[in-house]
Design a binder for this molecule. Structure first.
Ligand SMILES: [Zn+2]
Length: 278
């Protein structure tokens, strides 16, 4: 069974002339196939280039966020954690909470994978990493729940497609698929779907193992979004095409910071290693 011709897809990904934007939500660099917008590879939101705030006092959060992102890119996990615990307190804005949720999710995954299997005995260091990772995961969940609650409670949500898409992503990240479907249905009509609606349909079908997943991925390839290739990789992995999935995810992580692709790649490599030991 050939799901996608992987070499063709790898070449297509390499040939895309990307422009780098800054995510208006999480301040991560974003590869955009168009000039002005893209689905962020770090947080998944649909974003335009971040605009400088109108008032200088509004800078604090975004400057702090930019500092966290640069620590993440430099691999300085301890700095990113310390900065996050200072910056992500008493947040009441759904976009900022969504961003905090994504950063905590990333930090949790990184902390968990920094366990050292070579340590023997009681492995106190590893236990500490695992507990810290669980703590960061629950923070991340708490932030996604709050984001969801605030967007659902907001009166403007029907008019704001991007906010609804963020609420949908929170449900996906929390693995609440029934709730995700309810938000998906609010994202415009299926007869004349917007780009965001088509993306949400594709994400939902990959995450829930729906049989339309492949068709929906193919229908979006022409948009040249990095995240379509990521969901193609996830679909391949779920279809047990691990070699193809690994090649695609490795290509994605070589061109941008993509936490979800990194995590999935790590899982595939661990699985392959475990299989080789049998
Ligand atoms: Zn982002």
């Amino acid at each position: 069974m050939v799901l996608f011709e992987i070499n063709k897809q790898l070449n297509a990904l390499k040939a895309i002339p990307f422009k780098t934007l800054t995510c208006g939500y999480c301040e991560s660099p974003v590869l955009s196939p168009t000039k002005d917008s893209a689905f962020c590879q770090f947080c998944g939101a649909y974003t335009e280039d971040a605009e400088p705030p109108e008032k200088p006092e509004d800078n604090t959060f975004h400057n702090g966020l930019a500092e966290i992102q640069s620590s993440i890119r430099a691999g300085a996990l301890g700095d990113a954690k310390a900065l996050s615990s200072t910056l992500f307190t008493k947040l009441t804005d759904p976009e900022k909470l969504f961003c905090g949720g994504n950063i905590y999710l990333f930090l949790s995954d990184q902390t968990y994978s920094s366990k050292d299997y070579a340590i023997t005995g009681f492995m106190e260091k590893n236990s500490a990493n695992v507990y810290e990772s669980l703590d960061l995961t629950s923070k991340s969940k708490e932030f996604f729940y709050k984001t969801l609650w605030l967007i659902d409670a907001s009166k403007q949500r029907e008019a704001n497609e991007r906010a609804l898409f963020i609420a949908f992503l929170c449900c996906i990240y929390l693995k609440q698929h029934k709730k995700a479907k309810r938000h998906l249905d609010q994202l415009g009509s299926q007869e004349k779907p917007t780009l965001i609606r088509r993306y949400a349909d594709m994400i939902y079908s990959v995450e829930t193992g729906d049989r339309n997943a492949k068709v929906l991925i193919e229908s979006l390839l022409g948009q040249k979004e990095v995240n379509t290739f990521f969901y193609m990789g996830k679909y391949l992995a779920k279809s047990k095409k691990l070699t193809e999935a690994e090649a695609l995810l490795a290509a994605i992580t070589s061109i941008c910071k993509h936490p979800q692709a990194e995590e999935l790649l790590k899982k595939i490599r661990d699985t392959e290693q475990a299989l080789s030991l049998q």
